[in-house]
Design a protein around this ligand. Sequence first.
Ligand code: AP5
Length: 214
Amino acid sequence: MLGPPGAGKGTQSERFARTHGLPKISTGDILREAGTAGTELGRRAKLTMDAGELVGDDVMIGIVGERLKRPDTVLGFVLDGFPRTIPQATALDALMEGRGPLVVVDIVVPKDVLLRRLAARRICGVCGVNAPIEWTTTCGVCGGDLVHRTDDSDGIVAERLKVYHRQTRPIVEFYKARPTFRKIDGNQPPDVVTASMDAAIREASVAAPGGVRL
Ligand code: AP5
């Protein structure tokens, strides 16, 4: 699942993974959990994330490589936030050897909409879940207080968008000639995005060489 910060990668990955009974692997969530647990990786990653920069490729490729060894990924998985650089995309191709087709979905949303979404976003300060609009002050899952994500402040968002254009956008070029690449209009209500994503992924999965029917 590709797209700039605030495009809806996390929201849509969660929905697709739940509907199809697949694990959702979010590298941002893995890093934030490590930060909350206070591990050495988590402490270092938090400094990088709070500056709006990317964690190093070797670390990220190692994390995803280990996660993909777990048996729950055998029938497929949803990747949210990885790959984010050309070296990560190249490493993912190697990790996909012997697996089903890699379907790549690029969620496209105009910059002014991204900025509005990130300024408005609240997450649970305890369990980290994204808060839907109807939760006002407390989390509907665990009762924790709702807070801003530390990297959603104006200055950091501007840096994240710059980093996205410099380091992540080039991977759209890397993938776009492949038969399994699809673009989705993410500037629509979440349910409409979910439906178009589901249709696009089904169609791309079947059309791919060695494709599978979802
Ligand atoms: P990560 O957590 O992946 O953040 P991100 O890519 O900046 O993406 P966001 O979580 O901000 O947005 P999203 O596209 O998931 O949108 P969401 O669904 O949440 O990464 C954080 C940091 O970790 C990185 O900056 C980097 O430092 C590090 N990192 C992670 N992976 C890495 C890697 N591979 N390599 C190196 N470093 C890495 O939606 C956003 C908001 O919009 C929500 O409030 C949501 O409710 C709302 N919304 C969603 N869809 C819609 C819609 N259709 N209409 C209206 N509102 C919507």
